[in-house]
Design a protein around this ligand. Structure first.
Ligand SMILES: [Zn+2]
Length: 301
């Protein structure tokens, strides 16, 4: 259909059209085919882990399962590493579980789909820093912000190994956009005075400690990306700021940021059974991911 590839955010390049179809297929696999995936749907959780491992492998990457147990059931973070020559690494990650009662297309089929697509795009790169693409298990409640949260287990092991991580990027719910008036809300009324009321942008969020990384990433993103962006480094107690895997890295002193469409402050199907693949805006989702590809390339310089 003419004009179908043209989003209000800017047209997709031929390469981005390929990326969009890869993202769409990944979301469809996770949320459309496998569906709800968590400790109550353990077979599906493991099917998602198998799909992620297989996807890394098809990209030519060897992955490693970083496993732990919860009440006798094994859970897996999955990591694919592209070695660099410098001692510091960049971690790009997303959680692959979905909240109870939801197929999790946007939360977080999108973040996981993006992590897999980015890994494929860097698979034959020769980066200066080691790039790690990580799929985290058990981000959603009741594991959320607990010792059994996959990313907290992973970040703790990084710390114990003495890993030097200079940037962690958490991709969390990045596929929903709206041009409707007042489609964007905020965790506190004060923030609404400073930020747009239309949910057509991608958000970058960090705690105060990771502000330098946040500013750098936003500057790089704006240099290349064809979609509006907003950034905020805020105290971690403000609702939403800590709500994903970047929090786990903060607990161990690593700089980390979250890329997000702001989830509950915009997406009408957040944490519901209606968080299905058809709700997403794949063109703008793609522009976020292609922008992040450039960010990672430049962070590595
Ligand atoms: Zn999430």
């Amino acid at each position: 259909m003419p004009g179908k590839n043209v989003s209000k955010a800017g047209p997709l390049s031929p390469d981005e059209v390929v990326l969009r179809e890869e993202l769409r297929a990944n979301v469809q696999k996770l949320a459309g085919e496998i569906g709800e995936r968590n400790m109550w749907h353990y077979t599906q959780l493991n099917a998602a882990a198998d799909f992620i491992e297989d996807s890394f492998s098809r990209a030519g990457l060897r992955s490693r399962r970083d496993s732990y147990e919860i009440r006798g059931q094994t859970c897996h973070n999955i990591e694919a590493e592209i070695s660099g020559s410098r001692p510091e690494s960049i971690v790009i990650g997303a959680h692959y579980d979905s909240v109870f009662g939801s197929p999790g297309a946007n939360d977080n089929g999108t973040g996981m789909a993006a992590t897999l697509a980015l890994a494929r795009r860097f698979a034959s790169a020769k980066p200066k820093h080691t790039l790690r693409f990580v799929a985290f298990v058990n981000e959603e409640p009741p594991y959320f912000l607990s010792g059994e949260m996959g990313s907290l287990v992973y970040a703790g092991r990084c710390k114990a190994h003495g890993d030097k991580i200079f940037a962690m990027i958490s991709l969390e719910t990045i596929g929903y956009f709206s041009d409707a008036p007042n489609s964007q809300t905020y965790p506190s009324p004060g923030l609404g005075l400073f930020y747009p009321k239309i949910g057509n942008f991608i958000g970058f969020v960090s705690n105060v400690h990771s502000r330098a990384l946040l500013r750098r990433v936003i500057a790089l993103f704006r240099k290349h990306a064809k979609i509006p962006s907003e950034g905020a480094s805020l105290p971690a107690f403000i609702p939403g700021v800590s709500w994903s895997d970047q929090w786990s890295f903060w607990q161990h002193g690593y700089p980390a940021i979250m890329v997000t469409d702001t989830a509950p402050f915009r997406y009408p199907y957040y944490h519901s059974s209606n968080d299905t693949p058809d709700k997403l805006d794949y063109d703008r989702f793609t522009l976020v991911v292609s922008g992040m590809e450039k960010v990672i390339q430049e962070l590595d310089k």
